[in-house]
Structure formats: structure tokens, C-alpha cells
Design a protein around this ligand. Structure first.
Ligand SMILES: Cc1cc2nc3c(=O)[nH]c(=O)nc-3n(C[C@H](O)[C@H](O)[C@H](O)COP(=O)(O)OP(=O)(O)OC[C@H]3O[C@@H](n4cnc5c(N)ncnc54)[C@H](O)[C@@H]3O)c2cc1C
Length: 412
């Protein structure tokens, strides 16, 4: 009898683990608590807008090699769309200045010596000071490693790190920031091309993964929440799903790919991140005007990024905990006024939706980073996956997929 690998959670970490194992010919069953796959990275039909939207705008970069590999595996290569070069449009809503940051493709950053390519108001010397982030002392916040002020910081470093870490940059982990800087900015423009799921996260990352799993005979069971794990002799012996419980056969294995708060409820002694940050998205049903950039960085505003999709403009605000209790309509009106100014629109408030993910990611501070466990556990047949495990990256799609691949590797 072939052993079964039970994967708990059909977020990207669980899906990546399942795809890697199914590709290897393993027998896989995925148990997902909700009625849908994708977890924090999903599309859904929104009744207020009358269209399918993503729970939040997700940006990837061409450096995200594990995500690229996942897409290749599930036959969705090419569904992440982006420009041929690393170019980022920005507007400063205080000064109304607009610029495009352009990075040359190679590792030698000659773009910092070009006034036309670098951030306006900065000098090449300013960028060299960022080298301190390449190998920071362990356990330090970013604010103790680089000066969190000045034009380069405000116009590039802060927006980049806020988006990547989802925490106020000065309190963010310098080690995690370092990983981002090394894999992206320091690797050259070829690693920094922005990529988005233009057809939606579901059609790009989730549905093709489910189709691939089906084609390999893997089973995905929805509405199947794991309530408890049964342990015996340093192994997981059984899975309790409430109304039904499952006894594992010798050789069977478990990959727990649930968020840290669910994992901690299932494993009492687990040390895991326990502080989170929100991400707020506002979606406006309107056709973006011709020439609107696909992604626009917005400074000196509540809005941080505006994404243009067919039929929709979407705003993203990271570490948006301060906005959790703002009345929805007040927030929609305030953000729409910023979108109008940034995109140059005069339309009145179109149909809108506000999506607030309270626990979008763990707080990427040094203290929380130190709480991230590895993939192996003291139980021989159980492994952990998820963006919150110790991937060396902040909570991202790339980190989630790498964690799933790693757990799948350990099962072998
Ligand atoms: C609004 C928003 C914007 C984001 N933007 C970006 C971005 O721009 N770029 C980027 O790279 N990342 C971004 N992220 C982060 C990214 O979405 C996550 O890092 C990634 O999706 C996490 O995947 P995961 O599989 O680790 O966890 P999850 O997606 O949380 O998946 C865990 C799954 O486990 C299930 N589950 C929980 N408990 C149980 C149980 N007991 N039994 C069975 N199933 C269970 C859950 O229902 C869920 O489906 C964003 C996140 C949010 C919320």
C-alpha cells in the first residue's frame, strides 16, 4: 500500500507541498478547513462590485524563483504579467511630482549614477549607504542599522520595506530586510521586475494548482478542519476532524501548513509568531484610463500603491492596523480622493469595496522573527510549512511556496 501524505491547509504553502509531492508520484490528501483553496491569497466574487476580485493585491518580483517554479509545475507559466524592465512609477501627492524609477538589468547598479533613472532628489552616495543592510548584525531592527530618514529613505527604501515586511520599516527585522535587499535590489534590475496576477490570484496560482493535483490523483477535501492531532511514540498517530477521525498507517506523514495561530492551537508547546499586522485594500469598480500605470507608488498619502486591473482600480495599504476601525465609507471616500489625484480622474465615487485582512502577516520584527520554527518537528512524521515558518523571508508568496517545497523535501 502506498503511504499517504496528509497536508493540512490549502494555502500556497500547502498547495506547493502537495504539487511537489504529487509530481514525485506520492499519494497526497489535502485537508482544508474552508470551502476554498488559496488561504490569504485568493479570488472571490464580490457582490458589492459585481465582479471577481482578489482579497488583496499581491505583488511578486522576478527574483521569486520558487513562485516561478510553482507556476511552471502547474502549467501557469506566463500568467504573472509585468514589464520587461524593472520600472516603478511613483507620485508624491504632497508635491505632485511624478517619476519612474528604472533599474538596469545587470548586477552593477549604474542606474544609481543616472539622474533620469534614480529617485529624484537623491545622490549615488545615498544608495551606497544601503550596503549596511546587506549583512546587518543579528536581531536588530532596521532603525538601528540604517538612518530611517532622508529623501532616498522616504521615496524608495520605506515604501519597498513596508510593502515587503508589512511592518513600520524602522521596527522591522534588519535580517529579513537584508534577505529582500540581497535577492532584489542588490541582484540588479533583472531580479526586480514587478509581476502581478492580471487575471486574478485564483486563476493564476490556485485553480491551475488544483487542476494539476486532480490530474495526479491527489485528493483535496474542503470543509475539513483539523481539530486535533493524536501523538504516539514520537509520531503523529491520528488526525481528528471533529465528526471523523483518521488513524495514520505506518509511513504516512503530515505537513501542517496552517497559519501560526492555528498551528499553536494544535501543538500547545509550539513557539510561533503571535503578533500580526493588517493589510487594507480598497477596490473601485472603474475602467482605468488609458496610460494608467499597472502599479503606482503613492507617497505622502494613506494610499501606498494603486494597482490597475481591467475594470478596477485597487489601493493597498500595508501595516494598516490604524485603519481597522475607520468607518468603511469614510475610508472609501478618502482613498478615492487620493486615487483621483494620483491617476488624474474626475469621476465621482464608483462602486467600492474595502477588504481588511487583520492578520495578513506576522509582524516582521526581530522578536517575532526569532519565534519562527523550522520545518522539522520532534514528531518524526510531521513537518511544518507556511509563510511564518523560518524561511529567511518575510511573510510572502515566495516564502510560503519555499516552505511548502522544503516540507515536501523533508517528507522524502
Ligand atoms: C491582503 C494581503 C496582501 C498580501 N500581499 C502580498 C504581496 O503583495 N506579495 C506577497 O508575496 N505576499 C503577500 N501577502 C502574503 C501572502 O498572501 C501569504 O504570505 C501567503 O498567502 C501565505 O500562505 P500560507 O499557505 O503560508 O498561509 P495561508 O494562506 O494562511 O493558508 C493556510 C490555510 O490553512 C487553512 N487552515 C487553517 N487552519 C486549518 C485547520 N485546522 N484545518 C485545515 N485547514 C486549516 C486556512 O483556511 C488556509 O487556507 C499578502 C497577504 C494578504 C492577506
Amino acid at each position: 500500500m502506498q503511504r499517504i501524505v496528509h497536508i493540512i491547509g490549502a494555502g500556497l504553502a500547502g498547495l506547493a507541498a502537495a504539487v511537489t509531492l504529487a509530481k514525485r508520484g506520492e499519494r497526497v490528501t489535502v485537508h482544508e478547513a474552508t470551502g476554498f483553496a488559496g488561504g490569504r491569497c485568493r479570488s472571490y466574487h464580490d457582490a458589492a462590485l459585481g465582479m471577481e476580485i482578489d482579497n488583496g493585491n499581491h505583488l511578486l518580483l522576478s527574483a521569486n524563483h520558487a513562485a516561478a517554479g510553482f507556476l511552471r509545475d502547474i502549467g501557469a507559466e506566463g500568467k504573472l504579467i509585468g514589464p520587461q524592465e524593472a520600472a516603478f512609477d511613483f507620485i508624491d501627492l504632497a508635491s505632485r511630482e511624478r517619476w519612474t524609477l528604472r533599474m538596469n538589468a545587470g548586477r552593477v547598479p549604474w542606474w544609481i549614477f543616472s539622474k533620469a533613472m534614480r529617485v529624484p532628489g537623491t545622490r549615488a552616495m545615498d544608495y551606497l549607504k544601503l550596503a549596511r543592510l546587506l549583512s546587518p548584525p543579528a536581531g536588530k531592527p532596521i532603525g538601528e542599522v540604517i538612518a530611517c530618514r532622508g529623501t532616498l529613505y522616504e521615496r524608495l527604501v520605506a515604501p519597498l520595506l513596508l510593502a515587503a515586511l508589512n511592518v513600520a520599516p524602522a521596527e522591522g527585522s534588519a535580517t529579513l530586510a537584508s534577505a529582500i535587499v540581497r535577492e532584489t535590489l542588490a541582484a540588479g534590475g533583472a531580479a526586480c521586475r514587478p509581476l502581478i496576477a492580471r487575471e486574478g490570484l485564483g486563476r493564476t496560482l490556485v485553480e491551475p494548482a488544483l487542476a494539476f493535483l486532480k490530474s495526479r490523483g491527489a485528493e483535496v477535501i474542503f470543509g475539513h478542519q483539523l481539530h486535533a492531532l493524536r501523538f504516539a511514540q514520537q509520531q503523529v498517530a491520528g488526525l481528528d476532524f471533529g465528526t471523523e477521525s483518521l488513524t495514520l498507517a505506518p509511513g504516512d506523514a503530515v505537513i501542517l501548513a496552517v497559519p501560526p495561530y492555528s498551528a499553536s492551537a494544535l501543538i500547545k508547546e509550539l513557539d510561533a509568531p503571535n503578533e500580526f499586522r493588517a493589510i487594507v485594500n480598497a477596490h473601485f469598480r472603474i475602467e482605468p484610463p488609458a496610460g494608467a500605470p499597472p502599479i503606482l507608488g503613492v507617497l505622502n498619502a494613506t494610499t501606498e500603491w494603486i494597482f490597475a486591473f481591467p475594470g478596477r482600480l485597487s489601493v493597498t495599504i500595508s501595516a494598516g492596523d490604524r485603519l481597522i476601525d475607520t468607518p468603511r465609507e469614510e475610508l472609501a471616500r478618502a482613498l478615492w480622493a487620493e486615487v483621483q489625484a494620483a491617476i488624474g480622474l474626475s469621476a465621482t465615487l464608483p462602486p467600492w469595496q474595502i477588504v481588511r485582512e487583520r492578520r495578513a502577516t506576522f509582524a516582521a520584527t526581530p522578536a517575532q522573527d526569532a519565534r519562527r520554527p523550522g520545518a522539522a518537528t520532534k514528531w518524526r512524521n510531521m513537518f511544518l510549512a507556511g509563510d511564518w515558518t523560518n524561511t529567511g523571508l518575510p511573510a510572502t508568496i515566495e516564502g510560503a511556496i519555499r516552505s511548502g517545497n522544503r516540507a515536501a523535501g523533508l517528507v522524502a
